[in-house]
Design a protein around this ligand. Structure first.
Ligand SMILES: Cc1cc2nc3c(=O)[nH]c(=O)nc-3n(C[C@H](O)[C@H](O)[C@H](O)COP(=O)(O)O)c2cc1C
Length: 216
């Protein structure tokens, strides 16, 4: 049986770059032999707000969570590889993705068992960021994402093989904010340069997937 990849796309606009990169990632995984489960959180109407039904009960790790969350848990369980694709908002995943983790990666399912149920799965977090690789704060943004996503979420849920990759400069125009909050914008890419920039981004997204799978 072919291995399964769960691609979790988190964006409020269907025509966003994030959704497009989600498709690129899914195509690369498919090419590598994976069955794709594409979870577009907006298209499926996922509500990221925590509910009483899905709040952990620390005295009951077998709590029956809501049917919606249980269906998401089944999709996570069925996956060999999990790839969330998301825009970086304030050095974090956006609320839509954060809420999916809050509600679905729950006590007794993702963590709280003597033997983790998600052990053996692999997870690649792929963020899209407006920042440039050489921006002053990019190094700590990357460190923060790595700490929170790879260690704080993947490892905490028993997924040892996890990585965070970021596609930078996704706006195609440099933006800079200094330590006093003064904002300046550089020249936006146009025409062929813009086309080339986004084609390179597609290739980089596919290359991150291939490298994570050990294909390059
Ligand atoms: C609310 C908000 C917060 C953002 N915070 C960051 C940030 O902390 N670091 C960064 O590099 N880019 C940040 N950005 C830029 C987004 O990462 C970028 O606009 C997005 O990835 C573009 O993808 P899209 O076209 O699919 O929306 C932010 C954008 C928004 C709207």
């Amino acid at each position: 049986m072919a291995p399964t990849a769960l691609v979790v796309v988190s964006h409020h606009r269907p025509d966003s770059l994030t959704v497009h990169i989600g498709d690129v990632v899914a195509a690369r995984l498919k090419e590598a032999g994976y069955e794709i489960d594409l979870l577009d959180l907006r298209a499926e109407g996922f509500d990221p707000r925590m509910t009483t039904a899905d709040q952990p009960d620390w005295n009951d790790r077998d709590k029956a969570y809501s049917p919606e969350v249980r269906a998401h848990m089944e999709r996570v369980l069925a996956a060999d590889v999990i790839v969330p694709v998301f825009p970086v908002y304030w050095n974090s995943p956006p609320a839509l993705l954060k809420g999916w983790v809050d509600r679905v990666w729950n006590y007794g399912f993702g963590y709280g068992r003597s033997r983790p149920r998600l052990a053996g799965k692999r997870m690649l977090w792929l963020g899209l960021a407006g920042a440039s690789p050489d921006d002053d704060f990019t190094a700590w943004m990357d460190e923060t994402l790595d700490r929170v996503l790879r260690e704080g979420i993947s490892h905490y849920n028993g997924i040892g093989e996890a990585a965070v990759k970021v596609l930078y400069d996704v706006e195609g125009e440099p933006q800079h904010v200094d330590e006093h909050g003064n904002f300046t914008k550089g020249e936006a890419l146009t025409g062929a340069a813009r086309e080339a920039h986004y084609a390179a981004m597609d290739r980089l997204a596919a290359a991150h997937v291939a490298a994570f799978l050990g294909l390059e």
